[in-house]
Ligand binder design. Structure first.
Ligand code: DAH
Length: 360
């Protein structure tokens, strides 16, 4: 007997069976049982509609259509589920190398400073750190640069207080190692560290002092208002200019390559006598002349000389007994030469495309 209750039971039975289907074959079987063209339960019910009155036919027909739509939707959904469950897992190739993690690297100027330090450490030098803010005494006066010396020009020096303000001139015990002078400026060179070290005690001295220095320079290809130097000072009973030359030659050969020549050019610094500018053979043209070395074949890397007797006197060291040499080199300058970079600003702009080339 065809009535609405029978359709409801059919619907419940179907839902029940659908829940139990676990393979595509079971699903096909269920589809045939319900919708099969010959033996399907719903198909058979459609066949009985003909014997009903018009009203009943309409009512039962609508219910049958709904049931059929419900069954089809259920079968389709289950089919999709079964297909998804049996699809192969996307495979992972476990032999592939992992993607590299992005890691930082040392800044080229730090790497350069450490390389310079290692070379001098091997030669037996002590490595010193010092203050970047200085007083007039250490930066100028004790280095034989009296108050009217042009190097004190406010054009070059960055002052923290009015230059020569009260209380900033020499006070305190120069040999106590403790400066009582307040810092009034940003050091213009690492040579101030010569004074700080010698104030502390008697020779022998064999030190380098790398660090930042400041000058009122505008940015251009070769200038930055802050840059780095490495200072060297050696004092003993018979230190000579030959020692200075041998040390710089040894450094240049270690730093560049074993055939690199050096050249001294007479110069003037208030704190050394005699004084010389230090040149190394151009690393771009190896002496034949190019634009890097302005066709001279030589590139300047710093200043040097024999410690001036007045400097020894300022720190209480007997200039009759001791002699010494000193030199100061620009770290950026050395880095530009070693890496053949032609613009010093490249080191301070922190463009990753440049820095990544130095990743080690
Ligand atoms: N202080 C000098 C400068 O900043 C470099 C220098 C020259 C350092 C001669 C020295 C030296 O120790 O003896 O340009």
């Amino acid at each position: 007997m065809l009535d609405i209750d029978a359709l409801t039971r059919l619907r419940d039975d179907f839902a029940d069976s659908l829940g139990k289907v676990s393979t595509a074959a079971d699903l096909q079987l269920l589809r045939d049982t319900v919708l099969g063209r010959k033996a399907g339960a719903i198909t058979a019910l459609y066949g009985t509609l003909g014997g009903l009155s018009t009203d009943r036919k309409r009512e039962v027909g609508r219910a049958l259509n709904e049931l059929k739509a419900f069954v089809e939707a259920g079968l389709d959904a289950r089919k999709t589920q079964l297909e998804a469950a049996s699809a192969p897992m996307p495979s992972a190739d476990l032999t592939l190398a992992p993607r590299p993690l992005p890691v930082g690297s040392r800044h080229p100027l730090n790497a350069m400073r450490e390389r310079i330090e290692r070379i001098f450490a091997r030669m037996g030098y002590e490595i010193l750190d010092g203050p970047e803010t200085e007083d007039d005494w250490h930066n100028f006066e004790a280095l034989n640069m009296p108050a009217d010396h042009p190097a004190r020009d406010t054009q070059d020096t960055l002052y923290l207080q009015q230059p020569f303000a009260q209380g900033t001139r020499a006070t305190g015990d120069a040999r106590s190692g403790v400066s009582l002078r307040p810092a009034t400026l940003l050091r213009t060179h690492t040579s101030a560290m010569q004074i700080r070290y010698m104030e502390r005690g008697a020779p022998p001295v064999r030190i380098i002092a790398p660090g930042r220095v400041y000058r009122r320079d505008n940015l251009d290809l070769t200038h930055t208002p802050m840059f780095q130097q490495v200072e060297a000072l050696v004092v003993g009973e018979d230190v000579t200019m030959a020692d200075l030359k041998g040390t710089l030659l040894g450094f240049a050969r270690e730093f560049f390559d074993q055939r690199t020549p050096i050249m001294f050019k007479p110069s003037f610094f208030p704190y050394t006598e005699p004084s010389a500018e230090v040149f190394v053979g151009c690393q771009s043209c190896f002496g034949s002349g190019c634009s890097m070395c302005k066709r001279t074949g030589w590139i300047e890397i710093g200043g040097s000389g024999m410690v001036h007797p007045s400097v020894f006197e300022a720190v209480g060291i007997d200039p009759e007994r001791y002699t010494g040499f000193a030199f100061g080199m620009g770290i950026e300058r050395l880095a530009l030469l070693a890496h053949r970079v032609d613009d010093i600003r490249a080191f301070y702009e922190n463009d990753l495309r440049l820095l990544e080339q130095f990743a080690s």
